[in-house]
Design a protein around this ligand. Structure first.
Ligand SMILES: Cc1cc2nc3c(=O)[nH]c(=O)nc-3n(C[C@H](O)[C@H](O)[C@H](O)COP(=O)(O)OP(=O)(O)OC[C@H]3O[C@@H](n4cnc5c(N)ncnc54)[C@H](O)[C@@H]3O)c2cc1C
Length: 457
């Protein structure tokens, strides 16, 4: 019997493998299985943005780091010095290198390319079917949703478009003039000319090159913006708001993050769900990478100190409830997004929101944080009726609170080989980035659900 099997070698699986190797389990026999080709160039371009005050190997592997972030609306700009945090971007390629280096120093941890098709919990161990072979292990960590949880049948794929989600499209933009501030990541610029809860996220590389990302909160049962709408809005933002002049678009990325405030059934007898499957993605923000880092450290600490992996912090219920209310507010009153973001980063302690998103705030902190938000929309959201609310059309956050399904997050990557000069016709080509069938729900030229590349690099 193995000491552990880690199912999935993405953000959570690789982070856990690294921690197991470095924090006291290097002499154990652990198998990490991931179905994606390890040398798959396009998926290795996937990356995660997160803030951290640590200085570990994952932080060191980050390709980009910012000391400040900006939050912008048409009424206010908040420039926030992040110290002691930095906002970093790390790629899957770099995360794989970090894990490979750590694992190479152990005698028993192995990362292999294989597909897991079943995880069965047991009293003394769990079984995983890996490429048709049954493997037994004392502990199984599942980041893929292969384990059905405590409610068999509750997990697995959901229909495209079901559930609140964040849809994003990122353009790698090159401008002819200096437009961007390479020291500052724009976390949220709400000056996007559209009537929905959407914002632009900008990660500059230099003064003329940046990832410019259109990010929309899409309520349950509602279609997200079409590629044409996104193209028009991003073009209007670059030209009208940033006055970028001529620009070219290189790589284009699409992605969808399921936003689920509910606590998942993450713990079995010998199985622990990790990553997005373990409910670590924050429903109000779509961020999960920082939580995944902290969770992996806590899991290994628990294994070493208690002989089991379950002594890990849980997200406080009040944070899940606030996320629920926030999604309901956005579904009903999308215009609240900008003022809410500015309020969150305002006040006496602009970094409180980062601690809140990291589940690190106390009750008192939380109360101060909530006090800064626009009050009326939040009070209205507590009443039933209206989109996204209980009993309202499209209504949904509550549906999520009852549904313990695993987020069907997928990322794929696209490269526009011939950079697209949008200055002339402002046309944005529709790209089938996944190279196979249109997603379910794509009707009348609208893509109800577009899986794609990463969101928040
Ligand atoms: C497109 C996208 C972008 C995101 N960007 C950010 C970000 O920038 N910052 C942030 O904080 N959060 C981000 N998130 C939220 C969250 O951090 C990510 O979803 C994160 O990747 C979750 O880690 P994970 O390990 O659970 O899933 P993944 O990283 O997706 O890893 C799952 C792995 O399991 C493998 N796998 C799946 N099924 C099987 C199987 N049956 N057998 C074997 N292997 C299997 C897959 O190949 C994959 O490598 C993003 C989410 C999405 C969907």
């Amino acid at each position: 019997m193995l000491d552990a099997v880690v199912v999935g070698g993405g953000a959570a699986g690789l982070t856990l493998a690294t921690r197991l190797a470095t924090d006291g389990w290097g002499d154990r026999r652990v198998l990490v299985v991931d179905e994606a080709p390890l040398d798959h160039d396009r998926s290795a371009d996937r990356s995660w943005g997160w803030w951290s005050a640590q200085d570990g190997p994952v932080e060191a592997a980050a390709e980009r780091a910012y000391d400040s972030v900006a939050v912008v609306t048409d009424r206010a700009t908040r420039l926030v010095d992040l110290a002691p945090y930095r906002y970093r971007v790390v790629s899957l390629r770099a995360l794989r290198d970090v894990a490979a280096t750590a694992v190479a120093r152990t005698c028993g941890i192995e990362i292999v390319r294989a597909r897991a098709t079943a995880v069965v919990d047991g009293r003394d161990g769990a079984r995983v079917v890996v490429d048709g072979e049954t493997v037994e292990a004392a502990w199984v960590f599942d980041s893929t949703g292969t384990w059905p949880g405590r409610r068999p049948g509750a997990r697995g794929p959901r229909p495209a478009g079901a559930g609140h989600r964040m849809e994003f499209t990122g353009w790698q933009v090159h401008t002819d003039r200096n437009v961007f501030d390479p020291g500052t990541a724009v976390l949220c610029d709400a000056r996007l000319p559209c009537g929905r809860a959407a914002f632009v996220h900008v990660l500059p590389q230099d003064r003329r090159t940046a990832l410019v990302e259109h990010t929309a909160y899409v309520p349950s049962g509602v279609l997200g913006p079409t590629p044409t709408e996104v193209g028009r809005e991003l073009t209007a933002y670059l030209r009208g708001v940033l006055a970028a002049g001529r620009f070219r678009v290189g790589r284009v990325e699409h992605g969808t993050i399921a936003l689920r405030p509910q606590a998942p059934h993450r713990r079995g007898r010998r199985v622990l769900a990790i990553g997005a499957a373990g409910g670590l993605v924050r429903a109000s923000s779509g961020y999960g990478f920082g939580a995944i880092q902290r969770d992996a450290a806590a899991v290994v600490r628990s294994l070493v100190e208690h002989g089991h992996p379950f002594a890990v912090p849980h997200r406080p219920w009040r944070h899940r409830w606030l996320d629920t209310v926030f999604l309901r507010v956005l579904a009903r009153e999308p215009a609240v997004l900008g003022p809410a973001f500015v309020a969150m980063f305002g006040g006496d302690d602009p970094l409180r929101v980062l601690r809140f998103l990291d589940d690190g705030t106390t009750w008192a902190d939380g109360a101060r944080f909530v006090r800064g938000l626009p009050v009326r929309p939040f009070l209205r959201a507590l009443r039933p009726g209206g989109p996204g609310g209980p009993g309202g059309p499209g209504g949904g956050v509550e549906e999520h609170l009852l549904d313990a399904g695993v987020p069907r997050d997928e990322a794929s990557f696209g490269l526009v080989r011939d950079p697209l000069d949008v200055i002339g016709g402002a046309a944005v080509r529709e790209l089938d980035l996944r190279g196979h069938e249109q997603p379910a729900g794509a009707e009348h030229g609208r893509h109800e659900h577009r899986d794609g590349l990463h969101p928040w690099q």
